[in-house]
Design a protein around this ligand. Structure first.
Ligand code: NAD
Length: 473
């Protein structure tokens, strides 16, 4: 699928969902269209040469501010791709009730071809360009990590913003999220997207009726999983699914190839093995497939397939060979619209990106709130709660005459830390959004997939905002 097809795919999903809403055409057009597209070419000194870097920032929707979305570093970046991803961000935020418009950034480079110093120069210059045009700021547009970027790049962005604006803007730390925790970041942000993917899969598996339709038993425990991409999202999805969900992971795919072992592969040991050898290939006990055959990972027999690398991984070319019963879209846009129709016909459950990978933006929202409040979550109430719970436990002891052991006491009478609150807020968000989406799916005759239901949910919420302005009918 070319990049313009990815954008078209997102627009097709919107049009399909819009038919279930009865909204005015003008309003639908306003929701669908990209509000601002900024394309830049800037020079950066690399070695003895000057490289002109092509980059983008797209703000899809200003119905809520700031706008929000990750920055991607990849040689595949195009305007259409960034537009598609910014568009998805608007709907994603609406689905999980995060009060932002959608945005996305892209820098057309292959990050591993540059040294750390060079990447820093590129990142700082890109940020300066955004500052110049007022395309970044805690109340304007707040970037975050995406494919090819992480906490390190976010720290450079924050520092550059501080340098230019820190004197005037007391909330400067809220200009970007996904920062390191010692740089005004939040605990739990790095794992957030993967953790959200896990909560989404777990919730879907908890509904007996939906599992039965796919010949599966209720509950996530014991289900088999295959993961494509062992970066931030893929590795955290895998670790949390294995450790907290009791999932058996039987296959992995990375750039260097794929591996498969029906008896299960411990993800922690695999990550350590890859760190040591530089590859997942030849992992003891697993069958290895070389780089040229790496796409076979999508075709492994399993209950849950997790594409967590890039878009356009399941197409008309390979859709008939996909054997998974549930496809959990951790990556953005891994299934194209034609292939999706075929999978739905076959009864495959697709947990759509627009809902499933919203954990990152949800915890980014928590980080932004923390930055605006200038205080860590839990600081005010932790000790108070701890004391109140202890008093309660002591009262129970006194009234019943039974002594509660120190271990139990420390579990019951514990005040929540920032990480506990972040995880709890994320779990609540993913669970509520899943049931809202499923309800829309079951209420609308003719609707047969969660993606369209999620889009309907988003369109209705965004239209409410516009309608309350009195501009649209
Ligand atoms: P990342 O750069 O940390 O990881 C991507 C991984 O995929 C890398 O390890 C890379 O080697 C691997 N990969 C690339 N091409 C591959 C191929 N052809 N086959 C197998 N593996 C391949 O990126 P990430 O942040 O984990 O993002 C992954 C996906 O999740 C992207 O689609 C991104 O848009 C989406 N996403 C990320 C976040 C986030 O918070 N990071 C949030 C929402 C969505």
């Amino acid at each position: 699928m070319s990049k313009s097809k990815f954008f078209q795919s997102v627009q097709n999903y919107f049009d399909k969902a819009a038919r279930y809403t009865n909204l005015d055409d003008g309003l639908l057009h306003q929701i669908k269209t990209c509000n601002a597209v900024y394309r830049i070419n800037f020079p950066v000194k690399i070695g003895n040469q000057v490289k002109v870097v092509e980059a983008y920032r797209v703000q899809h929707s200003h119905h809520r501010n700031p706008t929000k979305g990750g920055i991607r570093y990849s040689r595949h970046v195009t305007q259409e791709e960034v537009m598609a991803l910014a568009t998805l961000m608007t709907y994603k935020c609406a689905i999980v009730d995060v009060p932002f418009g959608g945005a996305k950034g892209g820098v057309k480079i292959t990050p591993w071809e540059y040294t750390g110093d060079e990447l820093e120069r590129i990142t700082r210059r890109y940020t300066a360009e955004l500052i110049k045009r007022n395309f970044i700021g805690p109340a304007i547009d707040v970037p975050a990590p995406d494919y090819g970027t992480g906490a390190r790049e976010m720290a450079w962005i924050y520092d550059t913003y501080q340098t230019f604006k820190g004197g005037d803007v007391i909330d400067a730390a809220g200009c970007v999220t996904g920062k390191p925790t010692n740089q005004n970041g939040i605990r739990g942000r790095t794992e957030a997207t993967g953790r959200g993917v896990f909560y989404g899969i777990r919730e879907a598996c908890s509904i007996e009726e939906d599992m039965k339709k796919r010949g599966l038993s209720k509950g996530i425990e014991g289900k088999t999983m295959v993961i494509q991409g062992l970066g931030n999202v893929g590795s955290h999805t895998g670790m949390i699914s294995q450790d907290e969900g009791g999932v058996k992971i039987i296959g992995f795919g990375e750039v260097e190839g794929a591996i498969y072992d029906p008896n299960g592969i411990d993800i922690h040991q695999l990550l350590a093995f890859r760190k040591e050898t530089g590859s997942i290939l030849n992992y003891p006990g697993a069958k290895s497939f070389p780089k040229e055959e790496r796409d076979i990972v999508m075709e492994f027999e399993c209950d849950i397939l997790v594409p967590a690398a890039l878009e356009d991984q399941i197409t008309m070319e390979n859709v008939d060979r996909i054997k998974a019963k549930i496809i959990a879209e951790a990556a953005n846009g891994p299934i194209n619209s034609g292939a999706q129709e075929k999978l739905i016909e076959r009864g495959v459950m697709i947990l759509p990106d627009v809902y499933l990978n919203a954990g990152g933006v949800t915890v980014s929202y928590f980080e932004w709130l923390k930055n605006l409040s200038h205080m860590r979550f839990g600081r005010m109430e932790k000790r108070f709660n701890q004391r109140a719970f202890t008093n309660l436990v002591e009262l129970v002891e006194e009234k019943t005459g039974k002594i509660i052991g120190d271990r139990e006491k420390s579990v019951v009478a514990r005040g929540a830390d920032e990480i506990d609150l972040v995880r709890s807020g994320l779990e609540e968000t993913m669970v509520v959004a899943y049931h809202q989406t499923r309800e829309i799916l079951n209420m609308n005759g003719g609707l047969n997939d969660l993606r369209t239901a999620a889009f309907v949910n988003a369109i209705l919420k965004i239209s409410n905002d516009y309608q309350s302005l009195g501009i649209f009918p």
